[in-house]
Design a protein around this ligand. Sequence first.
Ligand SMILES: NC(=O)c1ccc[n+]([C@@H]2O[C@H](COP(=O)([O-])OP(=O)(O)OC[C@H]3O[C@@H](n4cnc5c(N)ncnc54)[C@H](O)[C@@H]3O)[C@@H](O)[C@H]2O)c1
Ligand SMILES: [Zn+2]
Ligand SMILES: [Zn+2]
Length: 399
Amino acid sequence: MRALVWNGTHDVAVEKVPDPVLQSDADAIIKITSTAICGSDLHLYNGFMPTMEKGDVLGHEPMGEVIEIGAGVKKLKVGDRVVVPFTISCGTCRFCSMGLFSLCDTSNPNAAMARKVMGHSPAGLLGYSHMLGGFAGGQAEYLRVPFADVGPVKVPDNLTDEQVLFLSDVFPTGYMAAENAQIEPGSTVAVWGCGPVGLFAIKSAWMLGAGRVIAIDGVPERLAMARDFGQAEIIDNTKDSVTERLDEMTAGQGPDSCIDAVGTEAHSTGTVDAVVDRAKQAVMLGTDRPHVLRESILCCRKGGTLSVPGVYIGFLDKIPFGALMNKGLTVKTGQTHVQRYLEPLLAKIAARDIDPSFIITHRAGLEDAPALYKTFRDKEDGCIKVVLKPQQSPNRLAA
Ligand SMILES: NC(=O)c1ccc[n+]([C@@H]2O[C@H](COP(=O)([O-])OP(=O)(O)OC[C@H]3O[C@@H](n4cnc5c(N)ncnc54)[C@H](O)[C@@H]3O)[C@@H](O)[C@H]2O)c1
Ligand SMILES: [Zn+2]
Ligand SMILES: [Zn+2]
């Protein structure tokens, strides 16, 4: 089959790789009809995530048709149309039983590698490094789905791929970010980053009762989307000081909840800390650029909550933990427990409460993926979300 493979930093290509096969009775094979590129893929593309290997198949936001099932699979049938979560979860361990699916204790075959870095291993993830399982991803024509009775959700025929695809990751991620923000009726919620995760966090903050949502970014079309689709007040961090504006907008108190939907690759906003992060990372002295984490700790109101869906990788530097402690902040974070949100958020889509396809700006076949990684990374051409259709022009590589 054709798949998008990682060959090194800034080096991805569509190549022929072996078709996936069932490896356990609990597996299913899916023919991918739609699959997206995520902000998390950029951490791999930009070379910040350790334990990637040449030839790894990328992608963790897939959906498609079930074409083969293992002997033990009960809920799925061949022919079912499903969205596949990026989190691989067994459904029966202590953590899955608590609904903490991204912390599944059994789905990462390389748990020992993760334990060395994190103390304990989180769940295996599709297409997201060897430390997190070495599973082939879904930017491909076909995908092996482990624990097929626990992950994939069947979707009704009257909803298009584009309406349901983001159940695989960014819609639940934005929703969990808003839940983690502990929003009270009327709360003021500030969201850093107006990419897909930030935009769904904004939408979800309203669903959970926010009284005011303030969105922060520096990319004009993303700020416009936060304003027009998200009904958020906006702060352009290329023009204004975020700390000063948030203080002005909240009468000096700071937002009740702050959501960091940026993560490890924060753009420099000219502040000293952001410039130092970039310099340290360039010479391999720093693993992350946690400017937004610092800024949100300093901006958050006393006793408020900081929700961090943004991905961080290693050992973060110069975090104002003293401010966090003395201001009595609560921090909630994690990879999304996608399985927990599939049914309730699908119900919202089916009830037409939300149409997640509003974020899509680019649609293409798999062969355009390498160019679109760069376009998405550089926020060029108004790019906010790319959807790939791997079954389109499938014979390009056949020759
Ligand atoms: N927790 C999870 O399970 C999970 C799932 C999906 C994505 N993520 C993470 O969420 C983050 C966002 O993902 P995305 O797909 O929306 O990515 P994205 O790259 O499309 O969006 C990131 C946005 O942050 C903005 N930004 C950069 N620096 C900023 C700064 N200093 N202040 C304010 N905004 C700034 C960028 O302009 C961009 O619009 C990434 O770190 C991604 O890895 C986490
Ligand atoms: Zn993702
Ligand atoms: Zn489990």
